[in-house]
Design a protein around this ligand. Structure first.
Ligand code: AMP
Length: 399
């Protein structure tokens, strides 16, 4: 049994008005949607509700109109793409509250679908105002949230509404929560975390939470330099935050007392210039010359990370191991991503990855489909990895 309400708990919804919160914050250029990934993610829930005979009203935000009606930020151009992906007609209503919206929803036939206008056209949305949430609630009988990517925000359509109507997780939300629970909620041990990326300063909460929860933490990317420096190892001209040396030492001490192994680079790939195909060499992490910078981890480090992947039952990954957008400094990220994908495919690992650059790196390695789950929900995924409660998810929990 799940800890939160799902569509399996919703019973007979034929003829009921369902307010379905989705993420339709898709890229649009010259009035056309250029990438339908987000629509595809919620299509199953829309189809299921429609097939079960509900009157489906889609609620979503688009861009940042800051509480005002901004015509360029209308959801109108998106309705056609939703219809195409879902394979059913989708009406558009140019408001999300009031008589117009209420009428648009009630006048749908059973199984009908309408997309309501951008919730952020009203200031009450982001302020989670009770009056605005109540106005939204008047358009529906039940509420379904399928927008995990917006669940870290306590807005009227992501949180407030859940307290006013019977509330359920949609199928995409359910899939995401179940995958995340497998990774850090009740994971099979040993659990390995790989955290890379540019800076420690953006990931302090993440590291502090992970050392309490996982059995081993691989630190790669630019942030590993800050840890090497904190251990008294010179990192030359590498990206480094020396003012965070104390924080890095505290994280290593906490890891030691929680029984979490911290895995730092053994060897590193260095260059004098940060550009594609720059002349480079691999040296021990302790031997970085003063005029060089670390741009990736070396072969011995790759082997060490892969050995941890072999030992682990569960992997959570955020952040690349090197400057993966610039060849040849993508090598470690690609090699370890491919290895994790292979072990996952062979049934030896539950692998969950997320965060903007991580998804791009896994796509570059052509392995995103081979991981157990890849979350595209940047901010929400990171806050979940940081151990923070997500208001939109909390509101769906069974009490
Ligand atoms: P983040 O958004 O914190 O996950 O950081 C991702 C960025 O970190 C990517 O653009 C990488 O190119 C960059 N990065 C990873 N390793 C290094 C490194 N050793 N030096 C400089 N940048 C790096």
């Amino acid at each position: 049994m799940t800890a939160f309400h799902t569509l399996d708990d919703a019973g007979d919804i034929k003829g009921k008005r369902v307010l379905l919160r989705v993420d339709l914050n898709v890229p649009v250029k010259d009035g056309r949607v250029t990438d339908t990934t987000r629509i595809e993610r919620v299509a199953a829930t829309i189809r299921e509700l429609s097939d079960r005979g509900a009157k489906v009203a889609l609620l979503a935000h688009f861009d940042r109109p800051k509480g005002k009606r901004v015509p360029e930020m209308s959801l109108a151009p998106v309705a056609g793409d939703v219809a195409q992906v879902v394979g059913k007609p989708v009406e558009f209503c140019d408001d999300c509250i009031g008589e117009t919206a209420e009428h648009a929803v009630s006048s749908l036939g059973d199984g009908g679908i309408v997309l309501l206008e951008n919730t952020r056209f009203y200031p009450g949305e982001e302020k989670n105002e009770a009056d605005f949430a109540a106005a939204l609630a008047k358009c529906g009988d039940i509420y379904v949230n399928d927008a995990f990517s917006a669940a870290h925000r306590a807005h009227a359509s992501t949180e407030g509404l859940a307290h006013l109507l019977p509330a359920y997780a949609g199928r995409a939300m359910q899939e995401e929560l179940e995958a995340l629970d497998k990774a850090l909620g009740s994971p099979k041990r040993p659990v390995l975390a790989i955290v890379g990326g540019a800076k420690v300063s953006t990931k302090i909460d993440l590291l502090a939470n992970l050392v309490q929860k996982v059995d081993a933490l691989v630190i790669g990317g630019g942030m590993a330099n800050t840890f090497l420096n904190a251990k008294g190892i010179a990192v030359g001209k590498s990206l480094c935050e020396p003012d965070l040396a104390e924080t890095a030492r505290r994280i290593m001490t906490e890891a030691a007392s929680s029984g979490c192994a911290v895995v730092l680079p053994i060897d590193v790939v260095i260059a004098r210039e940060f550009k594609a195909n720059a002349e480079n060499e691999t040296v021990p992490a302790e031997s970085v010359p003063a005029d060089a910078m670390i741009l990736d981890v070396g072969a011995e480090s790759i082997a060490a990370v892969n050995a941890w992947i072999d030992k682990a039952e569960t992997l959570v990954w955020n952040g690349p191991l090197g400057a993966f957008e610039t060849v040849p400094f993508d090598k470690a990220t690609m090699a370890c991503a491919r290895h994790a994908a292979e072990v996952t495919k062979a049934g030896g690992l539950v692998s969950v990855a997320g965060g903007g650059d991580t998804v791009a790196a896994l796509n570059q390695a052509h392995v995103a489909d081979d991981f157990s789950y890849v979350s595209t929900a940047g901010g929400a995924f990171l806050e979940w990895m940081e151990g923070k409660a997500l208001p939109g998810v909390e509101a769906l929990k069974k009490v």
